[in-house]
Design a protein around this ligand. Structure first.
Ligand code: GTP
Ligand code: SPV
Ligand code: MN
Length: 602
């Protein structure tokens, strides 16, 4: 129990700015005590015991799931709340048309009222953390103040925390000021505020992952994207993976898909049976966030700033994602899944059949076949239930996760969840055309955010909810990076989710996606077979290796089809979207739209 400036168990930092800020925020939130997180194993044990004692987490069956814990969030606090998320730049125009905006003064005042006394009787934890390897010139330091021990336990997995970070920060170091309080968990008083000009994040009245693990979406995307534009790099919602050939040559891909559209699954891919003879090995570098810079070789290099995975549980099983299944066997926090009688966990489409009974994600007794008033079956696990697990435990983890300069990127892949229109894969004509492809990409809404599921929305570069400034400027920044690059990665678009007339997926997905990655990398190196279409290059049917995959010729043709009628409608919808950026839309993007529209009309 450390008091703020006590010398024995208090902060071991000379950073005056940090100490002053902590005492200022403590004066606002009025915690009973302040505990600085130092990052040791003993401390972890203490925190876990305390979290169990308060009921914030449940210790799972330690024989079957060693080091694992269970947590439920409030029923109305199960996904990011984009409508309550704001960019508080001084000028409204700087937040752009895709963000909610609040004036900084108003933001501090409104949230300040909710923070006032919100930690009475509680502990305020001070969590110094590094996004990226500690001390890397790529990395950024943040400090999160929180009254949630669940947040502390999650931050210990997702980021590098503790005294080492304070040591690196030193007396003068800069850090992102992250303040979080569960307060009353009142959705009507929930605010997720970003003050990019002050390098500050305030989050109040939520306990859900992306709203409260402030190193993740808030710092590593919203604040980082703002800094990245100033400093000349890219902060992106992308997985990073390596594809190794039998001769040891590894090529790296960065891919941006919207939330719950397959990043974790692709990043941990296991080659399908039919391609085993080719001897590919996949290396996972990251599953959600990529920070990319131009290095001295003129190429684009990426790091994953995180050290853990906060992955979607439902659908995770030994067929879809064996590496994830292996990763979450120990030291994992499960949130909003089903709790079984033997204190293990279950979710829809896991390896086991549904248990005959258990407690669902809302803490109610559950058994298979339960229906609600409307006759819909009641889910045992929430569709956005998650696991928090150390990246180091993943069998496919790349040792380069710890390399401060990261990995060189050969290909950038955009993708979404589209029942129609978008083909399985296509290659853009140039970096500039690729930026246009990313800027106009669309996807159906998933359970990772509140709102109507299935609705198609434009989600540029999968960054719609995460860009911390005007998205027109963001597109411009992408174009500028392309001009500065000497080794320019090729840009592709994929869609694993195209449906047939019966509403079934045409493409088997998961491990089979390697066939598409193989084509992508071949296109980067040897210009393998492709046909030119108005929207880009599409594989010739024989340029994809389909060994061992029983997919009919007709279905493959459907997957690769560009329906001109659908695409002309798509162009109109894109146009409406692009117009919303007004004079901030780079003329190069309009030019790409116009040329593509013309090609489609020919
Ligand atoms: P966030 O963590 O929200 O950013 O999500 P993510 O992009 O990492 O998505 P994830 O890999 O967790 O996948 C989300 C859902 O898509 C899961 O239910 C998966 O089973 C499903 N999914 C992933 N890859 C594929 C695929 O290739 N085909 C199909 N049909 N479904 C997939
Ligand atoms: C996402 O929604 O894109 C996630 C989960 O990766 S969260 O951290 O909640 O944002
Ligand atoms: Mn994500």
């Amino acid at each position: 129990m450390a008091s703020l400036f006590s010398s024995d168990d208090g902060p071991k930092t000379l950073n005056i700015k940090l100490k002053l800020w902590v005492s200022g925020m403590a004066a606002l939130c009025k915690p009973e005590r302040i505990v600085w997180i130092e990052g040791s194993e003993e401390e972890k044990k203490r925190l876990e015991d305390e979290a169990v004692a308060t009921g914030e987490v449940i210790r799972l069956n330690q024989e079957k799931l060693p080091g694992c814990f269970y947590h439920r969030t409030a029923v109305n606090d199960v996904a990011r709340t984009e409508n309550l998320t704001f960019i508080c730049s001084k000028n409204k125009k700087d937040a752009g048309p895709t963000n909610n905006w609040m004036a900084p003064k108003e933001g501090y005042k409104k949230a300040g009222a909710y923070f006032k006394g919100s930690m009475k009787g509680r502990t305020m934890y001070v969590v110094p953390f590094s996004m990226g390897p500690i001390g890397s010139p790529f990395s950024k330091v943040g400090v999160e103040l929180t009254d949630s021990i669940y947040v502390v336990l999650n931050m210990r997995i997702m980021t590098r925390v503790g005294q080492k970070v304070l040591d690196y920060l030193g007396a003068e170091g800069e850090f992102t000021k992250c303040l979080h309080s569960k307060a009353e968990l009142d959705i009507n008083k929930r605010l997720i505020l970003h003050f990019p000009e002050d390098n500050t994040i305030w989050s109040v009245n939520s306990g859900y992952g992306g709203n409260v693990l402030l190193g993740k979406k808030c710092l590593s995307l919203r604040i980082a994207s703002f800094l990245a534009r100033q400093e000349g790099w890219l902060a992106e919602h992308m997985l990073i993976m390596g594809v190794e050939e039998p001769n040891g040559h590894v090529e790296y891909i960065a891919a941006a898909f919207p939330s719950a559209c397959g990043k974790t699954n692709l990043a941990m891919l296991i080659p399908p049976e039919g391609l085993k003879v080719k001897g590919y090995k996949i290396w996972t570098v990251g599953d959600d966030i990529a920070w990319m810079r131009i290095d001295t070789d003129g190429g684009l290099w990426a790091i994953n700033p995180e050290s853990g995975f906060f992955g979607v549980a439902p659908g995770t099983n030994s067929k879809t994602n064996p590496n994830a299944v292996a990763t979450i066997k120990k030291n994992t926090i499960f949130t909003n899944v089903l709790l079984k009688k033997d204190f293990t966990v279950w979710w829809e489409n896991s390896d086991e059949l549904a248990p005959s009974e258990g407690m669902d994600w809302q803490g109610r007794p559950w058994k298979p076949g339960l229906k609600d008033e409307k006759g819909n079956s009641i889910k045992a696990a929430h569709a956005n239930s998650r696991f928090t697990t150390p990246a180091a435990q993943c069998p496919s983890i790349s040792f380069r996760l710890e390399h401060h300069h990261g990995v060189p990127i050969s290909a950038i892949v955009f993708g979404g969840r589209r029942a129609h229109v978008a083909p399985l894969v296509y290659e853009s004509f140039s970096w500039q055309h690729g930026v246009y492809v990313g800027a106009t990409m669309a996807s159906e809404r998933t359970a990772a955010q509140f709102g109507e599921q299935g609705e198609v929305r434009r989600d540029p570069m999968a960054m719609l909810p995460f860009c911390g400034y005007h998205m027109g400027d963001y597109f411009k920044h992408w174009l500028t990076i392309g001009q500065r690059l000497e080794k320019v990665p090729k840009i592709f678009h994929v869609n694993w989710f195209r449906l047939d007339e019966q509403g079934k997926f045409l493409w088997p997905g998961y491990g089979e996606n390697l066939r598409i990655l193989e084509w992508i990398l071949d296109r980067c190196n040897k210009s393998t077979g492709a046909q030119k279409t108005p929207i880009g290059y599409v594989p010739t049917p024989d340029s994809l290796d389909m060994t061992g995959l029983h997919l009919s010729k007709e279905n493959l043709a459907k997957l690769l089809e560009i329906d001109k009628f659908e695409w002309l409608q798509e162009m109109e919808s894109q146009k409406e979207f692009l117009k919303t950026f007004d004079d901030k839309l780079p003329k190069e993007i309009w030019k790409e739209w116009e040329e593509q529209n013309r090609r489609l009309q020919e």
